[in-house]
Design a protein around this ligand. Structure first.
Ligand code: NAD
Length: 368
């Protein structure tokens, strides 16, 4: 049996710094839990542009297509601001998402108890929160035609088109239903079926798929504007939320902030199953390359470490080990180990990126 394979793309700014800590965690699982990975590494974003004059080489793209999962740090930085659009670091990430056809974006909003006071909402509303937003990522109003700005009479008109095919709705709902089977079995689908035809179709198709293939899933429907209100009123009523590209963009950012800091937020983007049954998958923290703190050892590596926990759960079916890693992070936070982004002024000395990573390893060791 060969080991499962991982391609690591550290990228720019704090990307390589947080990825160094993830490498410690990956090595720990290999040595202490018998979960060894064949790890390759390549360049993406500005780092790739510096070395090869392109934000992602064809060779790196081919490697991403061949492995079981890709783990990315972050891309971008002020050094690359003046590059042509096609050369910008972000194009490397967009190419990965497009060519791997990653249509389901998973954004968990999980509130670690020790950080409940960091949320702008009351402790009792967010403590223990663990929900997942599944956003359709490759279609909808950001891609629909016609689009553009043109003149009509003596003024200009801006046009975008919301367009969803049945198969696009089915595949993202299927991803949400499969995910829910690994959680509580509860899915809430959000659209605006009251005012949008694409929403009517979305609701019908989601329900038909559930009735035909997922009778064990408890599916509810909600208008997306109500969903936004419910998310800040009582988010614990949800488990998995599935929604389109535009509403998902907004609702996932809203849900993310329930939990406090950008340095804590992981994500996964999943595509169709490969021949081995695993989905095409890219895991990455939600944050960017944070040029303001890059190179200073201040970055919080937890978002990237939690992205690896998602890989354990969704690509490698190692649910117990994913939970073990999440519990280790909970322990570290409860022990008061904090990077600067998780501290209020006057709270004492912050942990460095490496100290945070080392504390996670110690907590993992103590979990055996
Ligand atoms: P950012 O996420 O990089 O930073 C926003 C703020 O959050 C900064 O103050 C930063 O210091 C802080 N922060 C972010 N991650 C942190 C962490 N792990 N630990 C501690 N603090 C953290 O967003 P930005 O400043 O708008 O963008 C910077 C660059 O990153 C830009 O070039 C942008 O295009 C790029 N970007 C890339 C991605 C990605 O790679 N997926 C996402 C967003 C932005």
């Amino acid at each position: 049996m060969t080991n499962p394979s991982l391609l690591i793309l550290p990228g720019d700014g704090i990307g390589p710094e947080v990825m160094t800590e993830v490498r410690k965690v990956i090595d720990w699982f290999g040595q202490r839990r018998g979960l060894a990975f064949d790890v390759e590494e390549d360049l993406v974003g500005g780092a790739s542009w510096d070395a090869h004059g392109t934000p992602l080489t064809d060779a790196a793209m081919a490697r991403a297509q061949a492995v079981d999962a890709v783990l990315l740090g972050a891309v971008g930085g002020p050094k690359y601001d003046d590059l042509d659009f096609a050369d910008k670091p972000e194009r490397g990430l967009l190419r990965l998402r497009k060519e791997m056809d990653l249509f389901a974006n998973l954004r968990p909003a999980q509130c670690f108890d020790a950080l409940a006071d960091f949320s702008s909402l009351k402790r009792e509303v967010v403590a223990g929160l663990d929900i997942m937003i599944v956003r359709e990522l490759t279609s909808g109003i950001y891609f629909g035609e016609p689009r553009g700005i043109h003149s009509e009479g003596n003024e200009r008109v801006g046009i975008n088109t919301q367009r969803y095919t049945e198969s696009e709705i089915i595949r993202v709902c299927r991803a949400a239903f499969e995910l829910a089977r690994k959680r509580s079995g509860k899915v809430c689908s959000m659209e605006k079926a009251n005012v949008m035809e694409s929403g009517i179709l979305w609701r019908e198709v989601a329900q038909t798929l559930r009735d035909a293939e997922y009778p064990d899933i408890e599916l509810s429907h909600m208008y997306a504007d109500n969903g936004a209100m419910q998310l800040v009123r009582w988010p614990k009523q949800f488990d998995v939320i599935v929604t389109d590209n535009l509403f998902g963009d907004i609702l996932s950012d809203c849900a993310a902030m329930l939990t406090g800091s950008l340095g804590m937020l992981p994500s996964a983007s999943l595509g169709a199953p490969m021949a081995n049954g695993r989905p095409k998958a890219l895991y990455e923290p939600v944050h960017g390359s944070a040029p303001d703190i890059a190179g200073q050892g201040k970055a919080n590596p937890v978002a990237c470490i939690l992205s690896f926990a998602m890989a354990l759960r969704y690509s490698f079916d190692a649910r117990d080990d994913a939970a073990r890693l999440e519990r280790a992070i909970d322990t570290v936070l409860a022990d008061g180990v904090r990077t600067a982004d998780l501290m209020q002024s006057g709270d004492g000395t912050p942990a460095s990126t490496a100290q945070m990573g080392d504390a996670v390893i110690r907590a993992l060791e103590a979990s055996l």
